[in-house]
Write a protein that binds this ligand. Structure first.
Ligand SMILES: [Zn+2]
Ligand SMILES: [Zn+2]
Length: 138
């Protein structure tokens, strides 16, 4: 198996950031990644974590989420997949559904652009927030 060689060298710091990010499915923000990484690298700074996340995202090693909300979120899963964001608490989950290539074809039909990709973010209320809603009604 020949894994594609990343454009940037994975330093120990970067490797640890990547490992910590890959452990979770919560699409953490840079400061959440920082909190996880700090347990293994107590002297690392938030700025370093942030720069490394940005660099790895630019090189396709990780994904930077194109989602609404004020803070950028990161994802170690680089395969194309859709996300759903809770409108109430802001959590972001993966959607277990197929990426729709037909959407790309439809976009190509309506644009002179060469279509390279698309991002879909669904919004809704997560299970926990639905329960909270129900409790408020009672
Ligand atoms: Zn929620
Ligand atoms: Zn994801």
């Amino acid at each position: 198996m020949n894994a594609p060689t990343p454009m940037i060298r994975l330093t120990t710091q970067r490797q640890i950031i990547l490992e910590e990010l890959a452990k979770v499915k919560t699409h953490p923000t840079a400061s959440e990644v920082y909190d996880m990484v700090r347990k293994r690298l107590p002297r690392i700074g938030l700025g370093t974590v942030y720069r490394n996340l940005e660099l790895m995202a630019e090189n396709g090693i990780i994904q930077k989420l194109e989602v609404g909300g004020t803070q950028k979120r990161f994802d170690a899963t680089t395969d194309a997949h859709y996300h759903i964001r809770c409108s109430s608490c802001g959590r972001v989950d993966d959607m277990e559904m197929e990426v729709m290539d037909s959407l790309m074809d439809a976009a190509a039909d309506h644009s002179s652009y060469q279509i390279l990709g698309h991002h879909v973010e669904f919004s809704g209320l997560c299970g926990e927030c639905q329960e909270k809603d129900n409790m408020n009604i009672e």
